[in-house]
Design a protein around this ligand. Structure first.
Ligand code: HEM
Ligand SMILES: [Cu+2]
Length: 553
């Protein structure tokens, strides 16, 4: 591995794009700290430890769950992505992104929105959980703040698109470098998908919370929410895939198996992410069963690009394992760089994602969903996906990106390895227990120690939720501590940033259409219109804004 001197590294750290990425990552990690503290308290509550409700910090279990969900899946993810993807896009071209001014404006809009939303959230005036289902009603600042964060993400898309135009003008006949293409497709997918959320906020929740209309329509609000609420999981996941395709194979000493196949997978995600949110509403009355079934089929379809990713990434890793002397059908796996603090968490994340992906198919099955709906099975599921596959991957990325941004080597590689194992084992314990408790009928989003219907068959498993949660918490603290010590105390120069993996099958082996965005974007819009048009048209036509708001906790 080549190294640069500390002074060179410091000179690079002053580069504006690096500071922009660093600013996003700082916010993301502060959010994660709040996320693991609240998670620990919730896990311990399940294990029978009294929930420490305090009048200033967390006023109830439900206040905690709201803070936990928002900080983890809305703030940690979004800010990480908006720091990471532009960084990757710029290196991919390679070209500085246009207008650092626009970049900073974006950051400040997102941060202002976050602070605006955080005030009622912390003050218990937005205890509506991260899904803010109407008729639960939050303070207006929560809705306006989150909307500003979403608007900020659109500006990230705009900046990438403008940069792409500049690059295209200089390279009329070249295929877009794959990392930049992936960043662009991810942001385009999200921008299209987030229109549902924006509409829910602007037409329903914001006027309602400001008192401009007297009531709201819960079914319409939920439907608009899930139009964005499903694809948001791909907004979290695709940046992790960028790392699995473009960086990890190279870090493992191998090559990317196929560039065209990777492009095809990302384009399929663009088409198939949004038109299937109804699978979160199979128990909602007022939506025709036919449309639910149609979207259930599309949900199975979106498993296909994940399978493409699985084959492509495993084949790429295999090339690395073999280059490092690995042999056999599976034994090469042991030759991957398990002692690399950036790679290990991502291998752990991939392993967890195998379980998470299969669980996702169970959730997606229209009739089986009825068994697991709103049970802790779901909590087990999304901790293996966003809480493990995505979060561990972001952690692995941080282990090279933060040293690079700070110009200082990671404080402790051993602590990082221990941290990854702890998260992996902790998550196994935590999520296996929650999956099984869910199958035994235990509801999620419930302060279970207070439930009058507590079932004896839950008792033996509940302590494991606390044990797993504690391991996760310790792991999270080690992670944050390591990064903190890296940016403050580390005196060694940072190693070089990992290069992008070179493809065995280059882009030119695929058709030109795999390098286009506009035609696919049009198809994506048409798919959303087909999947949602009739249902939304009916819900809007029959909308009655008459449900009064509730403040339950
Ligand atoms: C120390 C680590 C963590 C622990 C111990 C933990 C624990 C928990 C527990 C016990 C719940 C269940 C609340 C309930 O249904 O009553 C929960 C919910 C949740 N967790 Fe975590 N968690 C951790 C980290 C994470 C991370 C890293 C993410 C995502 C990036 C995440 C995302 C969520 C989400 C989205 C919910 C659902 C909130 C809701 O129902 O509104 N958690 N967590
Ligand atoms: Cu979904």
């Amino acid at each position: 591995m080549t190294t640069v001197t500390l002074s060179e590294a410091e000179a690079r750290a002053s580069d504006p794009e690096k500071r922009l990425t660093a600013a996003h990552l700082l916010v993301a990690h502060v959010a994660l700290l709040g996320g693991i503290v609240t998670g620990l308290l919730q896990g311990l509550e399940h294990a029978g430890v009294d929930f420490p409700a305090t009048p200033y910090f967390l006023q109830s279990y439900y206040h905690s769950v709201s803070v936990h969900g928002v900080l983890n899946v809305l703030v940690w993810t979004t800010f990480f992505i908006c720091g990471f993807l532009p960084f990757i896009a710029a290196r991919g071209y390679p070209l500085p992104l246009v207008s650092p001014g626009l970049g900073w404006l974006t950051f400040w809009v997102m941060l202002a929105g976050l602070i605006l939303a955080a005030i009622p959230l912390v003050g218990n005036a937005a205890t509506v959980m991260f899904t803010f289902y109407a008729p639960l009603k939050a303070n207006w600042a929560f809705y306006i703040g989150l909307t500003l964060v979403v608007v900020g993400t659109w500006l990230v898309t705009l900046r990438l698109a403008l940069t792409h135009q500049v690059w295209r003008r200089q390279h009329a006949d070249t295929r877009t470098p794959l990392p930049s293409f992936m960043a662009l497709v991810t942001m385009a997918m999200w921008t299209l998908a987030s229109i549902g959320l924006a509409a829910e906020m602007l037409f329903l929740l914001i006027p309602w919370s400001l008192g401009l209309v007297q009531g709201t329509d819960p079914l319409l609000a939920r439907t608009l929410f899930w139009l964005t609420g499903h694809p948001i999981v791909y907004f979290w996941l695709l940046p992790a895939y960028v790392s699995w395709y473009m960086l990890v194979p190279r870090q493992a000493g191998g090559k990317l198996f196929s560039d065209p196949m990777a492009r095809a997978a990302f384009l399929l995600f663009l088409l198939l992410s949004a038109p299937l949110g109804l699978h979160h509403q199979v128990t909602d009355p007022g939506i025709h069963e036919g449309w639910k079934l149609f979207q259930a089929f599309l949900t199975f379809a979106v498993f296909f690009p994940s399978l493409l990713t699985f084959f492509n990434v495993v084949a790429s890793l295999e090339s690395g394992g073999r280059a490092r002397g690995g042999t056999g059908w599976v034994a090469w796996f042991g030759r991957l760089p398990w002692a690399d603090p950036s790679v290990l968490p991502q291998i752990h994340g991939m392993l967890m994602f195998c379980a998470g992906g299969i669980g996702g198919l169970i959730n997606a099955s229209y009739n089986v969903n009825l068994v697991v709906h709103n049970t802790t099975y779901i909590v087990g599921h999304f901790h293996t996906t966003v809480g493990a596959a995505v979060t561990l991957t972001y952690m692995g990325i941080s282990y090279w990106l933060v040293p690079h941004l700070a110009g200082r080597a990671l404080w402790s590689r051993r602590m990082a390895l221990a941290q990854s194992w702890l998260w992996f084992v902790g998550m196994l314990v935590f999520s296996v227990a929650l999956h099984e408790l869910g199958l035994r009928g235990m509801p999620r989003r419930t302060m279970i120690s207070q439930a009058a219907y507590f079932q004896p068959e839950w008792k033996a498993l509940l302590p494991w939720v606390g044990v797993g949660g504690t391991l996760l918490f310790v792991s999270g603290v080690l992670y944050l501590l390591n990064l903190l010590l890296t940016v403050t105390l580390s005196r060694q120069p940072a190693p070089a940033v990992p290069d992008f993996a070179q493809p065995m099958s280059p882009a030119e082996e695929g058709p030109d259409i795999l390098d286009r965005l506009r035609p696919w974007m049009i198809v994506a819009v048409v798919m959303v219109v087909i999947a949602y048009g009739p249902t939304l048209a009916r819900l809007v036509a029959s909308a009655s804004l008459n449900a009064p708001g509730f403040r339950v906790w």
